[in-house]
Design a protein around this ligand. Structure first.
Ligand SMILES: CC(C)(COP(=O)(O)OP(=O)(O)OC[C@H]1O[C@@H](n2cnc3c(N)ncnc32)[C@H](O)[C@@H]1OP(=O)(O)O)[C@@H](O)C(=O)NCCC(=O)NCCS
Length: 145
């Protein structure tokens, strides 16, 4: 039975490691702002097992009007990819944003995931850039209707 819940950063480090920081250590999977009281961590669960995650962290961008939260660490375990879990996590993050009275979400998307976010109305801003040790990215954002 699939569900999406908010959780602690420590609970989702293993999924970050398996999908976003392969070959590194759990210590490499902490993001700045993880323990900020305004950060919100989401876990997708299959029964009790965490199979996907994402995080909202306060990080306004001057180039994106009304931006406040950045989406970080969107990941779904390989065996579960392509079954709608990423979409559910993104939807949960957007719903929380609206609940908090914020309606702009931005993030640095891996180039390989740009098409996923475009499906849900996110736009690319600017040129492709490299995040050292991770790979090519695009800045993306959306004003949530
Ligand atoms: C990108 C990711 C989060 C998507 O989650 P997912 O659960 O696999 O995606 P979903 O099953 O919810 O897909 C929803 C839709 O997006 C499409 N989609 C999924 N990943 C895609 C991608 N990388 N590029 C283009 N479209 C994609 C699916 O085909 C599906 O389309 P459909 O509704 O027309 O069938 C997941 O594949 C993942 O963890 N990838 C590796 C890590 C990564 O790149 N994270 C993002 C960092 S910015």
């Amino acid at each position: 039975m699939l569900s999406i819940k908010t959780t602690e950063a420590s609970a989702i480090l293993k999924v970050r490691l398996d999908i976003l920081r392969k070959g590194m250590t759990l210590d490499d999977c902490h993001f700045s702002g993880d323990n900020d009281p305004e950060s919100i961590h989401f876990a997708a669960l299959d029964s009790d097992q965490i199979i996907g995650c994402c995080t909202l962290t306060v990080n306004p961008q001057s180039v994106i009007n009304d931006s406040y939260y950045q989406l970080r660490g969107m990941a779904v375990l390989e065996d579960y990819q392509g079954s709608g879990i990423g979409q559910k996590l993104l939807h949960a993050a957007e719903s929380k944003l609206i609940e908090l009275g914020k309606n702009v979400l931005w993030f640095n998307a891996r180039t390989s995931a740009v098409g996923f976010y475009q499906k849900y109305g996110y736009q690319v801003l600017g040129k492709e850039f490299e995040i050292e040790g991770v790979g090519p990215h695009y800045k993306m954002y959306k004003t949530i209707p």
